[in-house]
Design a protein around this ligand. Sequence first.
Ligand SMILES: [Zn+2]
Length: 265
Amino acid sequence: MALAMALAAPVAAAPTISLQQGDIHRGHLPAGAHDLTLDGKPVVTAADGSYLIGVGRDAGPAARLGWTRADGSSDGADITISPRQWRIQSLPTLPPRPVPNAEFEARRPAELQQIAAARATIADGPGWRGGFVRPTTGAITGVFGSQRILAGTPSAPHAGLDFGAATGTPVVAPAAGVVRLASGPFTLEGNLVMLDHGMGLVSAFLHLSRIDVHAGDIVKQGQRLGAVGGTGRATGPHLHWGTTWTDVRIDPARLLALQPMEPAR
Ligand SMILES: [Zn+2]
């Protein structure tokens, strides 16, 4: 009887994936499955069928992963994205802001092009599959997703994690990766290092006082990248650590909460 019931049971549906806004999710496709999509858009997967996706600050409440089974049929999994309470600060008046000047306007397009190029490669590597460590010491002085409303006008949400640390404090790789950009000073970011952890996951380290790596370097977790500073548009020395999956900004604090992935079956 038990055997008959087991034989009659339908193929188990993939469980729902529960995420929060700004989260990342790593998983493995079923054996032989391919052509992963997120809400219909193609997602690059590793040779062993492992993958990484991210959801933005304002994503939700639901998304859908899809793939093609080995037998050619369609399959997928639902994603629920729970909302988070972002730190919102309303200021009645506009603080003085630097007036965009001719030099900024002239330099900015080329800077943005370099930053976009540093995020363009999707390659495999060990970094994205592991755990992540803090890139520097010091208290967290700014969180992902926080936003100021200045005289009724929302400013861009804070897209990273800020660490208050003195100039010269070492900045290390939170996970292994390939250095895609090590250059500066950029007008806003100052001295900037961008580290590719693989599968489209890229860390950016802003406002550095010094850079100790070069583009193309392969670094291990914990390896020194540079030092905390206040270069670019910064009110004082601190590290801003921003993370993106393709062009989606994700919360670095969620990376710090990850355990290393199980190997693919
Ligand atoms: Zn910041």
